[in-house]
Design a protein around this ligand. Sequence first.
Ligand SMILES: Nc1ncnc2c1ncn2[C@@H]1O[C@H](COP(=O)(O)OP(=O)(O)O)[C@@H](O)[C@H]1O
Ligand SMILES: [Mg+2]
Length: 389
Amino acid sequence: MQPRADDVPSSRVAHLHLSPATPRTRDASSLPLLEGSDDRLIATVLVVRLPLAAAVAGRGIGMNTTTLPGTPGKLAAQSRWAVETHGLTKRFGANIAVNGVELLVPRGSAFGYLGPNGAGKTTLIRVLLGLTHADAGTMSLLGYLVPRHRDAALTRIGAIVDEPRFHGHLTGRQNLRLLAAAREPAARDRIGPILERVGLAHRADDRVSKYSMGMRQRLGVAACLLGDPQLLILDEPMNGLDPAGIAQMRDMILSLVAEGRTVVLSSHLLDEVERTCGAVAIVDRGTIIAQGPIAELLAGAPVALVVECSEPGRAGALFAGTTLGARVGAVPSALGLEITLPGGAGRDVIAEINRVLVAGGISVYRLQPVQTSLESWFLQITSRLGDPE
Ligand SMILES: Nc1ncnc2c1ncn2[C@@H]1O[C@H](COP(=O)(O)OP(=O)(O)O)[C@@H](O)[C@H]1O
Ligand SMILES: [Mg+2]
């Protein structure tokens, strides 16, 4: 896939990082275009590329007890949202990869950006981080309006876009030292504790080329943590991990959130998002189709009612002539009926179903509501949207 001319290749960011003589720029959009792009390098470099900006932004904020025009500090600290976007849109030709996205990520949460492959998850993350330009919309990270205050925001953010990539011939510790060298001195002191924390201390002095995928993912998180970030953005952090690796990654994310950090993770793995995240946005074809705390989303999701009864065929037809007809879908099964109730349907609907069946001369042996899992609900919505017109 060819990047568009307005994409910001990560090699630009890498170039900034590797060349101390390059002047610091406040806005990625003003950087010169370089050829070649490797998204996977971006994340770790993004984590380390703005030490000067951090110092400048930190001083600026510290000096002001009132918010001066153009000073983002005070307003940023008050922001309730770690990520906030309005009408965010990114097109690749006729293809709208990010379509009017209204995203609200509460601070201090694990938030899942959940969608099938090609839904636009990575593109959204790239837009947020300034690696490619939005065509429309506004966004803020940790309360900092970006791209205007991107430098101030990025010093507080660690991100992995696509897979984390490191120098294979160097050890994990050496890779982290390289990245820490471009940050504040405290970053180097964090390396030891971070390696312990991500469970890599015992392999820290092995070459990264010998690392498993899970170890590389954890080293990616370690790189994110060098800057002691308030917000981590992890693109498919469970990808390529075995069940033990997934469990470790989940525990690590939850421990980061327990410290008050915000973790946004993109994923196509419903099960993992359901286990790891308190809130989600479900995205399909660039469009967010549902968003909020998982418990609230499921409360609004359809509930299935399993009915064991006599004469399933005749039982299923009984609803057509009643007020329930338009609200429930009944499909005969071997033991009776499988009925889909509308989201939020109360117990009275179940009682009414029972009355209709009994009044129709059907023997009812069992009625059992089954809460839809996030997975089955997600599949219902996304496959509906995915149907050819
Ligand atoms: N650089 C690019 N140029 C053109 N199309 C792209 C580019 N990057 C992504 N796309 C398209 O945008 C859509 C979303 O892609 P992506 O964000 O990678 O999805 P996801 O991360 O959810 O799998 C896809 O249709 C993809 O083909
Ligand atoms: Mg992706």
